[in-house]
Ligand binder design. Structure first.
Ligand code: T3D
Length: 258
C-alpha cells in the first residue's frame, strides 16, 4: 500500500497521508511521494482544490523518529532541504486552494505542514502539538513563520517552547485554524467545503493567495500596487465575465477556472 493515497473527484484532488500505524509520521518515501502529487495537482487543470488529510486516527505525527535513528536514513539537512521545505514551498506556491483537513493529532512537521495550508479545518477530536521542543529541536516546516502570524508572537512563543497539546476547539479560538467540525460530520462537511472551492473562480483564488503570500513582506504602497496589477489580471478572466453576467441575469454562475 502506498504511503500517499491520491484520487481526483469533482475537481478536488484528495491527498491522504497513509501510514496509519505510525500516525502518518513522515518517512522519506512519503515526503517524496507527497511532493510528486503536489506537483501533479499544480499542473492539472481539472484539479481546482487540494484536500490534504490523514488516514486512520491521526493527521501526521511529524518526522518518523525511527528513520532518524537509522544510520542508513536521511541526514537532518536532507530531511529539511529535500523533504519539508519543498513541501511547504509547493503548498504556498500552488495556484489553487489547499485545505488541510486535520482528522486527528498533528504533531511536529505534521502540524506545521497543516498550518501552512490556505484553509485549516479540524475534527473536534484533533489536536496540534509543536512537539519539537520535547525532543530538543526547533519548530521547522515553516512553524516559526506561520505560527506567530496566525496566533501572535506570545502564544506562538509559548507553544513552540512548551510543546503543549492544543485541542481543535482551542486552536479555532486562537485563530490557528479556520473551523472545527464534530467528528461524525467532519469528513462529509470538509469535502463539501473543498468541492465548493473547486467550483469557484480558481484563477482569482490563486491571485488572492499570491497577494496574501506577498503581504508579509511588502509595505502598504507595494501591496496596493500588487492588488492593482492582480485585479487587472482577474478582470481579464473568463470567470470574471461569467460572474458579472450571472449576477445581471439573476442566475448562478458556472465558473470554469479560466
Ligand atoms: O531529526 C529530526 O527529527 C528532524 C525532523 C524534524 C521534524 C519533526 O517533525 S520533529 C517532531 C517529531 N514528532 C514527534 O516528536 C511526535 C512523536 N509522537 C508523539 O509524541 C505521540 O505519538 C503523539 C502525541 C503524536 C500521539 O500520541 P498517541 O498516544 O496518540 O499515539 P502513540 O501511541 O504515541 O503512537 C501510535 C503509534 O505511532 C506508536 O507505534 P506503536 O508503538 O503502536 O508501534 C508510535 O510509536 C508511532 N509514532 C507516533 N509518532 C511517531 C511514531 N513513530 C515514528 N515517528 C513518530 N513521529
Amino acid at each position: 500500500m502506498s504511503s500517499i493515497l491520491f484520487k481526483i473527484e469533482n475537481g478536488v484532488a484528495h491527498i491522504t497521508l497513509n501510514r496509519p500505524d505510525k500516525l502518518n509520521a513522515f518517512n522519506r518515501d512519503m515526503a517524496i511521494l507527497l511532493q510528486a502529487r503536489l506537483d501533479e495537482c499544480a499542473s492539472l487543470h481539472e484539479v481546482r482544490c487540494v484536500y490534504l488529510t490523514g488516514s486512520g486516527k491521526g493527521f501526521s505525527a511529524g518526522q518518523d523518529l525511527a528513520e532518524v535513528t537509522d544510520p542508513e536514513g536521511p541526514t537532518m539537512s536532507q530531511i529539511l532541504s529535500d523533504h519539508y521545505n519543498p513541501i511547504v514551498r509547493k503548498i504556498r506556491n500552488m495556484p489553487k486552494p489547499v485545505i488541510a483537513a486535520v482528522n486527528g493529532v498533528a504533531a511536529g512537521a505534521g502540524a506545521n505542514i497543516a498550518l501552512c495550508c490556505d484553509i485549516v479545518v479540524a475534527a473536534s477530536s484533533a489536536s496540534f502539538i509543536q512537539a519539537f521542543s520535547r525532543i530538543g529541536l526547533i519548530p521547522d516546516s515553516g512553524g516559526t513563520y506561520f505560527l506567530p502570524r496566525l496566533i501572535g508572537w506570545q502564544k506562538a512563543s509559548a507553544l513552540a517552547m512548551l510543546g503543549d497539546k492544543v485541542g481543535a476547539e482551542e486552536a479555532e479560538k486562537l485563530g490557528m485554524i479556520y473551523k472545527v467540525f464534530a467528528d461524525d460530520i467532519f469528513s462529509k462537511e470538509t469535502i463539501l467545503l473543498a468541492e465548493k472551492l473547486s467550483s469557484m473562480p480558481t484563477r482569482s483564488l490563486a491571485m488572492t493567495k499570491h497577494a496574501l503570500n506577498y503581504s508579509f513582506t511588502q509595505n502598504l504602497e507595494e501591496q496596493l500596487a500588487m492588488e492593482d496589477k492582480l485585479q487587472q489580471e482577474a478582470a481579464l478572466t473568463y470567470d470574471y465575465r461569467e460572474g458579472v453576467e450571472a449576477f445581471i441575469q439573476k442566475r448562478n454562475p458556472v465558473f470554469k477556472g479560466e
